[in-house]
Ligand binder design. Structure first.
Ligand code: HEM
Length: 164
């Protein structure tokens, strides 16, 4: 696989600027998802200790609501743009390079973990009268796992970039 958007047959791609724009959407989706998770885990979490329990629960619920709203947009944009690049400029789904296959696999695992977090512990926390700290811990563990997978995916995606 080349770092430029040549297709698998080695031909050049029509509309390189259009596909550059699609790649930029892909990367922006990644930046929002991974950057947002890093902020919630390592920026917001330590500040929660400054609040009393009721405020802490409200701040966590509110910030997770806003962050998950962003992920509901960033995640499909990332998956769809990835598949579009695979289907058109890269020549199809037939036999993608190992780093694209790994990216696709890890991307789908990340999406599944997000859906599990959203419809599992997060929904539970929103419905509870008094959400317990354990439910937020569970959400943070799943988010940490997704952040870790996301960082690995970026490294894997970049590893083959200069392999012309
Ligand atoms: C269904 C899931 C995904 C598919 C089908 C997919 C597909 C692609 C394709 C076709 C490219 C362009 C390849 C290139 O220029 O070398 C790309 C680039 C990239 N993707 Fe994905 N991707 C997916 C998910 C992800 C995820 C989850 C991440 C990170 C969290 C990610 C990060 C990146 C990065 C950093 C690049 C730029 C790599 C470079 O320019 O060399 N992708 N992706």
């Amino acid at each position: 696989m080349s770092g430029s958007l040549t297709n698998t047959a080695g031909g050049t791609v029509a509309d390189p600027t259009l596909w550059g724009a699609v790649l930029s959407l892909h990367l922006l989706g990644m930046a929002i998802w991974i950057g947002g998770a890093a902020f919630v885990l390592y920026g917001l979490k330590p500040s929660l200790a400054l609040l009393d329990n009721t405020q802490r629960v409200s701040v966590q619920l509110q910030s997770l609501k806003k962050f998950f709203f962003l992920v509901w947009h960033a995640m499909p944009v990332m998956l769809i743009t990835g598949w579009l690049m695979l289907a058109f400029p890269m020549g199809g789904f037939g036999d993608p390079d190992w780093h694209i296959q790994a990216m696709q696999g890890l991307g789908l695992v990340m999406a599944a973990i997000f859906l599990f977090t959203f419809f599992g512990p997060y929904k539970h926390a929103r419905r509870a009268l008094r959400p317990q700290p354990a439910v937020f811990e569970r959400i943070r563990s799943l988010m940490t796992l997704n952040l870790f997978l996301g960082l690995i995916t970026v490294v894997i995606a970049a590893l083959d970039h200069f392999n012309w």
